[in-house]
Design a binder for this molecule. Structure first.
Ligand code: UDP
Length: 357
C-alpha cells in the first residue's frame, strides 16, 4: 500500500518514530513535513535522535493564526496528494496539520487513518479539540489509544472503523527510556540531583496567549517549593517577552531551551514530579512512574487521573502546591496504553484495511 504520512510538530515526530519504521516493513511510506514546527530544537533533533525517516516533502507552512495555517497547509496538501496518489493518508494527534491532512485526503477521496483518534477534553475553546473532532469525522480508520477514546467515538457516531491499538507515544517512551537513561547527561549538565527537582512544561494557547493567564502561570511557578526546571517552548517565550514577564519567571525557575527527547526523558524519569499542560507529557510521567500536576482543568488522558498519578489544578497555585504534597499511589501502575505494542497494531490494522466501496 502507498501511504502518505502528514506530520508537522514535535509530538507528531515522536509518534511517527514509533510507526514509520514498522509501516515501512510492509508498505511504501512517504512523509510530508508541513513545517508547523521547523526549528532544530522542535523538529530536527527528533528526526535525528528517534530515527524518524527524512521527509520526502517539506511545505514550510508554519506561522500565522490557526485558521490561516490550516488553510495554507490544506491548500498545499491538495497538490502533494495529487502527485503522490497514495492509497491512504496517515495523520496523528490534534494539530492544524492533522486536520488539514485529513480534510485534503477526504476531499481527494483518499482514505484517512487517524492515530490517537477519539481523544476529547470536551473544551471546544481549545484549538486541539476542534482539530480532533473534525479529523475523526473525516477519517475512515480511527486508531484509538484508550477505551475512553473508543467510547467517545461510539457516542458521537463517528462513521469510520474504530480500533483500540494502544498509544504509540507509549511505545517510544518504553523503547527510548533505557537509552535516555544510559546516554543522556542532562542531570549532570544542569546540576540536578535525582528526586530533588520539579520538571515543568507549558505552552497551551489557553495558558500562554492571554496575558492574565500567563501572569497566573508565572505566579504558580513562583509558589512552587525547591528547584523547578522549565524547558521553554518558543510560543511561551514569545508571550513572556511581549508581556515583560520573562524576568519574573527567570527568578522563579531554571529556564532551559526546549530539550531533545532523550534529555527531556532523562529529566522526567528522575523528577520529583512533573507539572505540565502537555498531553504527551502527562502520559509520559505516568509511564515512568512520576506524579503529574496538570496545569489545565480538563484532560484527555483521564485514566492517569483515575489511577491517582495525575492531578488537574488549572492555574491554581495553592492547588498545585497541595497536589505536590500528595503521597504517590501504592501498588502497581495499571498498564493503560498498550504496553509498547501500539505501532505494531497500527501497522496490522492498516495492512488489513479494505476501503469501503
Ligand atoms: N518534549 C521534548 N522536549 C521538551 C519538551 C517536551 O522532547 O523540552 C517531548 C515530550 O517528551 C513529548 C512531546 O515532546 O514526547 C510532547 O510534545 P508537546 O508537549 O509539544 O505536545 P503535546 O503533547 O502537548 O501536544
Amino acid at each position: 500500500m502507498k501511504i502518505l504520512t502528514v506530520i508537522g510538530n514535535r509530538p507528531q515526530f515522536v509518534k511517527a518514530a514509533a510507526v514509520s519504521r514498522l509501516l515501512r516493513e510492509e508498505h511504501e511510506e512517504r512523509i510530508v513535513h508541513t513545517g508547523q514546527h521547523y526549528d532544530d530544537e522542535l523538529s530536527r533533533v527528533f528526526f535525528d535522535e528517534l530515527g524518524v525517516p527524512a521527509p520526502d516533502r517539506e511545505l514550510n507552512a508554519g506561522g500565522g493564526s490557526n485558521t490561516e495555517q490550516t488553510a495554507r497547509i490544506l491548500g498545499l496538501l491538495e497538490g502533494v496528494i495529487e502527485d503522490a496518489a497514495p492509497d491512504l493518508v496517515l495523520v496523528y494527534g490534534d494539530t492544524n496539520s492533522t486536520l488539514a491532512g485529513a480534510l485534503a485526503a477526504a476531499q481527494a477521496h483518499v482514505p484517512v487513518a487517524h492515530v490517537e483518534a477519539g481523544m476529547r477534553s470536551f473544551d471546544r475553546a481549545m484549538p486541539e479539540e476542534l482539530n480532533r473532532v473534525l479529523t475523526d469525522h473525516a477519517s475512515d480508520l480511527l486508531l484509538c489509544s484508550t477505551e475512553t477514546a473508543m467510547a467517545n467515538l461510539e457516542r458521537e457516531g463517528a462513521a469510520g472503523e474504530a480500533h483500540l491499538v494502544g498509544d504509540v507515544m507509549a511505545d517510544v517512551s518504553l523503547a527510548f527510556g533505557p537509552i535516555a537513561e544510559e546516554r543522556s547527561t542532562a542531570l549532570a549538565d544542569h546540576g540536578l540531583e535525582p528526586g530533588e527537582y520539579l520538571l515543568a512544561t507549558a505552552h497551551r494557547a489557553g495558558n500562554v496567549d492571554d496575558p492574565e493567564r500567563l501572569a497566573k502561570l508565572v505566579a504558580l511557578f513562583e509558589a512552587l517549593p525547591g528547584t523547578t526546571v522549565l524547558p521553554l517552548h518558543p510560543r511561551t517565550a514569545a508571550s513572556l517577552d511581549s508581556t515583560g514577564l520573562r524576568d519574573r519567571l527567570d527568578q522563579a525557575v531554571t529556564l532551559l531551551p526546549p530539550l531533545g527527547y532523550l534529555d527531556f526523558m532523562k529529566l522526567a524519569m528522575h523528577a520529583r514530579a512533573v507539572l505540565t499542560d502537555s498531553g504527551g507529557v502527562q502520559k509520559e510521567a505516568y509511564l515512568v512512574g512520576v506524579p503529574c500536576v496538570t496545569l489545565r482543568d480538563t484532560t484527555e488522558w483521564v485514566e492517569t487521573v483515575e489511577a491517582g498519578w495525575n492531578t488537574l489544578v488549572d492555574l491554581d497555585a495553592d492547588a498545585a502546591v497541595s497536589a505536590l504534597e500528595r503521597p504517590m499511589p501504592a501498588g502497581e501502575r495499571p498498564e493503560l496504553y498498550g504496553g509498547g505494542r501500539a505501532a505494531e497494531r497500527v501497522r496490522d490494522v492498516i495492512g488489513a484495511y479494505t476501503p469501503r466501496p
